[in-house]
Design a protein around this ligand. Structure first.
Ligand SMILES: [Zn+2]
Length: 498
């Protein structure tokens, strides 16, 4: 605790603190981040305490901006713990020159709507003692902004009628690339088995031991994966994700396939999409049939071929890959962009480039991992079984309803056609337990799904009520425990149910 007693009026000053250890260099002084705005007055003055809140709740505002759709936005909440006063709230970029502009409006605290169109660079309003006035800030950019949390910041300052700063807050800012180019890849939905690895996406070359998903989660799936793998039945129709020209359709060159331990080639299709934001390529691998030829123009949604199990593949699936042409080279990128904290790790690699979100709104395949099996597949005779275990989606920690478990009656072992779930529970390997409501009846052909998050229960949809995911994304076991203690198990990885 630090106590300060002024002995004379003091203009607003950024008080710096020096942190140093014996074996470490001193911590850098970052104005607005680890400094204290201090002032003293002989008469009562307004005193504005302000907090900024970003959509991603990490203190970073993402700006698509420029010719692209979607500006960055953040909210600021204040409370005046001093005297009532007119206050001018203004936005700036601190001491940095950034290719960014910001506008500000006062908002209705209940609806977050601007009371008047946002203006640049300031808005003036009366803030009375204890009033909690809120603001919205909108950020546009004219060029890329690489995240530097200490240097790329948008400040909001609150000045009284005499122009003296009585409070401030700030958030970091960075650019994200978003080109809403791609439409539907296939009809229906298929689980994903491998994501794009932002930690060196070079198949069979990268060996750093893990995969980094586009939201920054470190997972142990296929190290170096260059695209997205969707297991699907052979012969599933594949669609052109955008208008373009087929630049390749045929057999790849021979290459050594480590999973098969032999040299293979395989049919693939590559389509070029030329846009004002540059040229992108979509590539479809492991096909059983190509319906297009080199040089052919294709239109969004047109069937271009059928999925298969050819080339370097161990089971029927589509490998969908995206490339971005930079300085004449087609470099793999993630069509889901980068949404983790900090900058895209792939951009830091000498051969890397920034990933671009290419999916139009609502068109990206949902990304989830699940185990799906028929009731009693290995000869057991349980009347109440587990048939779907969806154990991972995008950011389960924030969106627990990505996860669910499906409970299904096996009529072969339930002659009455129903079962009472009183006394049944669900458990994970960690011991977290969900108890089924007393008197709930499971009926033939009416499976019941138990979602991890919050919601309103119905006769076939139940909610565990957790604020984050319960199923481990690497190794876990869904255990349906009967009133007598028997367990029916479904694993999300081999050996996870012991
Ligand atoms: Zn793949």
């Amino acid at each position: 605790m630090i106590g300060i007693t002024p002995i004379a009026p003091l203009q607003p000053t950024e008080v710096t603190f020096n942190y140093a250890g014996n074996n470490t260099p001193p911590v850098a002084v970052l104005t607005g981040l680890n400094t204290l705005l201090l002032s003293a007055s002989a008469t009562p003055v307004p005193d504005i305490v302000a907090l900024g809140a970003t959509i991603t709740a990490d203190g970073i505002v993402n700006v698509a901006g420029g010719a692209r759709t979607g500006d960055g936005v953040f909210a600021v909440a204040t409370v005046n713990v001093g005297v009532s006063s007119p206050i001018t709230a203004s936005v700036d970029t601190g001491g940095s020159t950034l290719p960014a502009t910001a506008t500000i409006c006062e908002t209705n605290a209940a609806t977050s709507l601007c009371l008047a169109p946002p203006s640049s660079p300031s808005v003036t309003t009366q803030i009375n003692t204890t009033a909690t006035t809120t603001f919205g800030v909108f950020v546009s950019r004219s060029d890329l902004i690489t995240l530097d949390p200490g240097g790329t910041r948008i400040f909001v300052r609150f000045k009284d009628a005499n122009g003296i700063t009585r409070g401030a807050t700030s958030v970091a800012v960075r650019s994200t690339l978003f080109v809403p180019l791609f439409q539907q890849l296939f009809t229906g939905e298929f689980a994903v088995s491998n994501f794009f690895d932002h930690n060196v996406p070079q198949e069979f070359v990268d060996a750093n031991g893990n995969m980094v998903t586009f939201w920054g989660e470190i997972v142990p799936f296929f190290d170096g994966h260059q695209g997205y793998d969707f297991p699907m039945p052979e012969g599933t129709p594949l669609l052109a994700v955008a208008d373009g020209t087929v630049s390749f359709a045929g057999q790849s060159a021979d290459f050594f396939c480590p999973p098969l331990n032999r040299t293979v080639n395989g049919p693939l299709i590559e389509i070029d999409h030329v846009t004002t934001e540059g040229t992108f390529k979509s590539l479809y691998f492991h096909l059983s049939r190509a319906d297009v030829t080199i040089g052919q123009r294709v239109q969004t949604g047109q069937q271009i071929g059928l999925s298969g199990n050819t080339g370097c593949s161990t089971r029927p699936h589509l490998h969908f890959e995206t490339r971005r042409v930079v300085n004449g080279r087609a470099i793999v990128i993630d069509p889901y962009g980068w949404d983790g904290s900090g900058i895209d790790p792939w951009t830091l690699h000498p051969q890397g480039t920034e990933s671009v979100r290419l999916w139009s709104s609502g068109q990206a395949p949902a990304l989830f991992k699940e185990t799906r099996l028929a009731p009693n597949p290995s000869g057991s005779s349980a009347p109440v079984t587990l048939t779907v275990f969806r154990w991972m989606g995008v950011r389960d920690s924030q969106y627990p309803n990505n996860e669910f478990v499906e409970v299904t009656l096996d009529p072969r072992f339930a002659p009455t056609g129903s079962a009472d779930l009183t006394g049944f529970s669900l458990r994970n390997n960690n011991g977290d337990t969900f108890n089924f409501p007393s008197g709930l009846i499971l009926r033939s052909d009416q499976p019941i799904r138990v979602f991890t998050g919050a919601g309103t229960n119905t006769s076939t949809t139940l909610f565990w009520g957790r604020s984050s995911g319960v199923w481990n994304n690497v190794s876990d076991c869904a255990r349906l425990v009967s009133p007598t203690g028997g367990q029916y198990r479904l694993a999300n990885a081999s050996g996870a149910c012991s």
